[in-house]
Design a protein. Structure first.
Length: 109
């Protein structure tokens, strides 16, 4: 007898999430004509970290560093992170709250 595969709720598979967000980050970087090395330097990371992130294989602390960088450029994190991001504006709209997410995590030195 075959075991039933457990159906997952949308957005609960971390691999799919990381790959989806990685593609969005790649598109955003390309839209700004930045190389992986340039973005890495702006975020105080390495080119290899950016490459892994864009392929869906980043650590959460580095992922948050890059998200914080784009937030500082007025990009809406809901647009970057939401499963169905078409309901959000790419950029933060006037009157929306923008907060530096760096206060929510410790970054290794």
């Amino acid at each position: 007898m075959k075991e039933k595969e457990e159906s997952k709720k949308p957005g609960t598979d971390p691999n799919v999430f990381c790959q989806t967000v990685g593609k969005r980050l790649l598109q955003l970087r390309n839209d700004h004509n930045l190389s992986q090395g340039q973005l890495a330097k702006l975020c105080s990371l390495t080119q290899n970290v950016i490459s892994r992130m864009e392929n869906g294989n980043a650590s959460y602390d580095n992922f948050l560093v890059v998200c914080n960088f784009w937030l500082s450029k007025e990009y809406n994190l809901n647009y970057l992170l939401a499963e169905h991001n078409s309901i959000y504006h790419e950029k933060i709209q006037p009157g929306e709250i923008k907060e530096d997410i760096a206060i929510y995590f410790d970054r290794p030195e």
